[in-house]
Design a protein around this ligand. Structure first.
Ligand SMILES: [Zn+2]
Length: 467
């Protein structure tokens, strides 16, 4: 396939070529994974759709929210593609090769549009983590000729479960850490001035129940701690506060306003023009702290936002990654993203830049990442010997965040590690000798530890034989 020249970053060009190679090979379902703010639309629109259109492929670009229809149309126009819209007011335009479609409209009209759907060669699914929702399978089956390209920053369901059977090959873009190191994302600093007591909060469908959360988090004392942290860490800088309910968002905006900041809450009940005005007010500096329950988690692109205030605890790694991803975008003059976490979300899910292990078959491996919180300044960070906030040093040595074998630990890290855990990781006599040397244990310990190891290995051998 011939590529149209366009200003893609080197990794975007490479990823677009990998996706095109999969499509050329006839792969039915390709999933492209790139962190929020990595520029997935540039890859998909400028790198992939531009090329397949040159080859005459009828293409459908599926979006799941109405606001994204016009936005996608503009992005396609920017690379010279005159696309048409399919929504409640528009049927497909027979003269157009590319259609931006509202998913709900297509689901509702797939019977009436069956002939047209059968001609589609490529279907691009934005925010592909939603493809497990009901109705997807049937919609994709209505396009039997179409190869699928799903795009997402979070390649698993909200509860961490796998995405299902719609994709067979994954194209992985750079990670958050790699994008940050290359200067394409801002480094994040996290402050945790408060840990909520979530012991009485019920969990339903994989996340904390909204009513219980509101009861715990919609609390003026917590909000005042948030205001103090904002004043101390990023005063007057544009920030988004993620709240537990609409009432909570309104109350937080009230208290920020009372403290002298320009603050407003947005929610789904608002008139869309009023809501857009509030969001653009944040970009223009008319608003300092925008508060919201769910509305600005996904798809809202405001690069100027320098901070996130977490007031909504979530068990969903997906929601956490979307919310933290909002603030990592680079913008002139912006040196870092500031996260003020009063929900313990970073404690539960790890730093925004932590690499997450997942697969199409098994979904996300939960709770992979340890962080520590400085008792002095409340900065939260991946384990390190020195607090990046106040430079206080700790006795605990720097350690990797996931430890499965002794090879991952330095001698000084081993010295501080619980002996029982080290012994459980030991696989050979040499491992035990190393523990004994580092911990300065007497020969008697080594003797008994060897016996315990032989017994453990013998038991594992037996279990494998009879498995
Ligand atoms: Zn500190």
């Amino acid at each position: 396939m011939k590529h149209v020249p366009l200003q893609l970053r080197p990794y975007q060009r490479k990823n677009a070529d990998e996706i095109l190679a999969c499509l050329e090979r006839g792969v039915c379902g390709v999933l492209y994974v790139l962190p929020t703010a990595g520029g997935k639309t540039v890859v998909v629109v400028g790198g992939v759709i531009r090329t397949v259109v040159d080859h005459g492929w009828p293409t459908v670009f599926l979006v799941h929210r109405r606001e994204l229809l016009q936005q996608s149309l503009r992005q396609l126009a920017a690379v010279g593609i005159d696309a048409a819209i399919v929504d409640p007011d528009h049927d497909p335009d027979p003269t157009a090769l590319v259609h931006v479609c509202s998913i709900d409209t297509l689901k509702a009209r797939k019977g009436r549009l069956a002939d047209w759907l059968r001609t589609i060669r490529l279907v691009v699914v934005d925010e592909a983590h939603h493809t497990v929702a009901p109705g997807w399978q049937a919609l994709l089956e209505a396009m039997p000729q179409a190869q699928r390209l799903g795009v997402t920053a979070t390649p698993f369901r909200g509860d961490g479960k796998p995405l299902g059977d719609l994709f067979e090959v994954v194209v992985r873009g750079p990670s958050v850490a790699e994008l940050t190191a290359a200067g394409f994302l801002c480094p994040a600093e996290v402050w945790s001035p408060y840990s909520p007591d979530l012991s009485g909060v019920k969990v339903s469908r994989g996340d904390f129940s909204a009513g219980d959360l509101d009861r715990v988090m919609n609390n003026d004392k917590i909000t005042k701690l948030a205001i103090n942290a904002y004043s101390a860490r990023m005063p007057l800088e544009p920030a988004i506060a993620f709240c537990s309910s609409i009432d909570h968002a309104r109350r937080v905006a009230e208290l920020f306003s009372a403290a002298g900041y320009l603050s407003l809450s947005v929610d789904g009940d608002m008139d869309p023009t009023e809501r857009d005005a509030a969001i653009s007010g944040l970009a223009a500096g008319r608003i300092q702290v925008l508060t919201s329950c769910m509305i600005i988690s996904e798809g809202t692109d405001i690069p100027v936002v320098a901070g996130a205030i977490f007031l909504r605890p979530t068990k969903s790694a997906q929601l956490y990654m979307q919310q933290s991803g909002r603030v990592l975008r680079i913008n002139p003059g912006k040196k870092r993203a500031c996260i003020i976490d009063l929900a313990d979300n970073v404690k539960l899910h790890g730093m925004p830049e932590a690499d997450r292990t997942w697969s199409l078959q098994h979904g996300l491996i939960p709770n992979q990442h340890r962080t520590v919180r400085c008792p002095e300044c409340h900065r939260r960070f991946a384990p390190a010997p020195c607090c990046p906030g106040c430079r206080r040093t700790f006795q605990a040595p720097s350690v990797p965040t996931v430890v499965r074998s002794l090879d991952q630990l330095t001698d000084s890290a081993m010295r501080a590690w619980p002996t029982q855990e080290l012994e459980n990781m030991a696989r050979t006599e040499a491992d035990l000798k190393r523990i004994a040397r580092v911990k300065d244990f007497a020969p008697g310990w080594l003797f008994h530890a060897k016996q315990r190891l032989s017994a453990r290995l013998a038991k594992q051998y037996e279990m494998r034989r009879y498995a």
